[in-house]
Design a protein around this ligand. Structure first.
Ligand SMILES: C[S@@+](CC[C@H](N)C(=O)[O-])C[C@H]1O[C@@H](n2cnc3c(N)ncnc32)[C@H](O)[C@@H]1O
Length: 204
């Protein structure tokens, strides 16, 4: 193991959110990001239809399914396999692939989503420009999906990475949503360039 990966492993083991996730039924520390955002912004409500993009191993879907309850619906998508979760319909595949994208739209069976959440992360190379460009390709696809599937006044929560293209992306969101806000939950590691954008009130 390289010195860098040993260091990352050590940091992971010391991480209070990792410890908290191990003590809970949640599958990863990522759940605490969504929990914090939901507590602040009141995104998830009983009966809602939610699409979770980049869902594996599944902690956001677990949390969302609990919040929407049995009268709601969660559709989860990831290229990696995911253990089943009650009240979550899972689609495995690459979201940037047209056929998979279509399956995700079709899974709504003509209904509209109240909320699209995306924690999609490309495989990070550590090369800032490459990582930002890949993340932006995913983000563009997520926006296309949100515009096709969200109900009027629906919300989009999406992970993005700081970079030159972000301003242009934010402008596109502002055209389609009533309010666009940046969010950096505590569980999002401080040094990481990731942050979340919450776009509220989809304008159909
Ligand atoms: C940070 S993880 C998501 C963690 C998840 N929110 C949770 O709470 O368990 C990012 C996920 O994005 C998925 N991903 C990245 N690119 C993808 C793509 N093109 N299509 C589908 N899934 C993708 C990865 O496989 C990975 O599981």
């Amino acid at each position: 193991m390289s010195t860098g990966s040993k260091q990352r492993r050590k940091e992971h083991e010391r991480d209070p959110y990792v410890k908290q996730a191990r003590r809970s039924d949640y599958r990863s520390r990522a759940t605490f990001k969504l929990q914090e955002l939901n507590e602040k912004d009141k995104l998830l409500k009983p009966g809602q239809t939610v699409v979770d993009l980049g869902a594996a191993p599944g902690s956001w879907s677990q949390y969302a399914a609990q919040r929407v309850g049995p009268s709601g619906k969660v559709i989860a998508v990831d290229m990696l396999p995911m253990e089943p979760i009650r009240n979550v319909q899972f689609i495995q595949g690459d979201f940037t692939n047209d056929a998979v994208f279509r399956r995700c739209v079709d899974a709504l069976a003509g209904a509209r989503a109240d909320l699209v959440i995306s924690d999609l992360s490309p495989n990070l190379t550590g090369i800032r420009v490459t990582d930002q460009a890949r993340s932006m390709q995913l983000a563009e696809r997520v926006l296309e999906f949100a515009c096709l599937t969200l109900a009027a006044n629906g919300n989009l929560l999406i992970k993005v990475f700081e970079g030159a293209d972000m301003e242009e992306y934010r402008r596109k969101l502002v055209q389609r949503f009533q309010r666009v806000m940046a969010r950096k939950p505590k569980a999002s590691r401080g040094a990481s360039r990731e942050f979340y954008v919450l776009a509220r009130g989809y304008k159909v």
